[in-house]
Design a binder for this molecule. Structure first.
Ligand code: MF3
Ligand code: CO
Ligand code: CO
Length: 293
């Protein structure tokens, strides 16, 4: 007997018995699954399931509550290690784990980066002075889910240079985030940030980039803060990654100190950074570590 394969039409009732048309039901699921598999295979990108997004969101709520409290502590005379103690205790108290601690040998629970320090500052005896700027970068693991965000704060009264670099870094993140929507690409973020920061005669750090995040600290894709429109991976709903531009008032070149972590500007100029964890939604983006920019 000849095998007559039954073809399921887009408009026929879904074979799963839902009563919906196939195209509005399991046909979409099939498409979602194939995109998920395709992104895993081609890019090693982990598209998140709704329950995972919920987990990352909860981690982000905790992160933002800690970051808000840190903001209130910042004043001249505070030691960077006091920020570490506070972040560590708040994280553990909430039943979470500070991801930086022992990550590739990082010795503390939070990154604290002052003035010419671009990122990965190790909390210690450095005392915050009036007029300093300080970035605090927090990554809790709550219920197995990572969120990652940072802000740069003024210590006491900022001078014009401090105001300028913090404002350009915040606006850079804002412009990067606003490019995110299904169909746009990772390169659009880099282009938006680089073209804006350079138009303000600031420079964009190349050595450190944003990253996929959520079930691990640093996942694919890499999110460059420089580059060309339309290049790189197209966004699809369920992608979760950070955008975290590091912007220098002077030149972009950097070196890493003897401690093998602290990255500083070669010319000693100020550097500022803002970071949020961003989810790609059906029609744009949602920050899972939201704050005003
Ligand atoms: N939170 C940083 C980032 O945004 C990574 C810090 S790694 C550490 O990716 F080991 F220094 F904590
Ligand atoms: Co990050
Ligand atoms: Co971070």
């Amino acid at each position: 007997m000849k095998n007559k394969a039954v073809k399921i039409g887009r408009n026929t009732p879904c074979p799963c018995g839902s009563g919906k048309k196939y195209k509005n039901c399991c046909r979409n699921k099939k498409k979602e699954i194939s995109i998920k598999e395709e992104y895993k295979r081609r890019y090693d990108i982990h598209i998140k399931e709704p329950h995972q997004i919920e987990g990352i969101r909860e981690s982000g709520v905790l992160l933002m509550s800690i970051l808000d409290k840190v903001e209130k502590m910042i004043k001249p005379g505070l030691k960077t290690d006091d920020i570490n103690t506070f972040v560590h205790e708040e994280t553990v108290k909430a039943g979470a784990v500070p991801a930086p601690l022992n990550y590739r040998g990082f010795p503390k629970s939070v990154c604290v980066s002052v003035n010419e320090v671009i990122c990965h500052g190790i909390p210690g005896d450095r005392v915050l002075n009036d007029g300093d700027i300080v970035n605090v970068d927090i990554t809790p693991i709550l219920g197995g889910y990572y969120s990652d965000a940072s802000k740069t704060f003024f210590v006491g009264t900022p001078d014009e240079k401090a105001k300028k670099i913090v404002s350009v870094a915040a606006e850079s993140l804002k412009r990067g985030i606003e490019t995110v929507t299904p169909g746009a690409t990772v390169g659009d973020i880099g282009y938006a940030i680089q073209s804006y920061a350079e138009s303000q005669s600031c420079s964009v750090v190349r050595e450190f980039v944003g990253h996929g995040v959520g079930v691990d600290f640093h996942e694919q894709p890499q999110v460059l803060h420089f580059g060309a429109r339309g290049k790189g991976v197209p966004f699809v709903p369920g992608m979760v990654f950070t955008i975290e531009p590091m912007i220098n008032l002077g030149k972009k070149e950097l070196h890493v100190l003897e401690d093998r972590w602290t990255a500083v500007t070669n010319d000693g100029s100020l550097s500022a950074q803002f970071e949020q964890t961003i989810l790609v939604t059906e029609n744009g983006w949602e920050s899972l570590t939201p704050y005003e920019l």
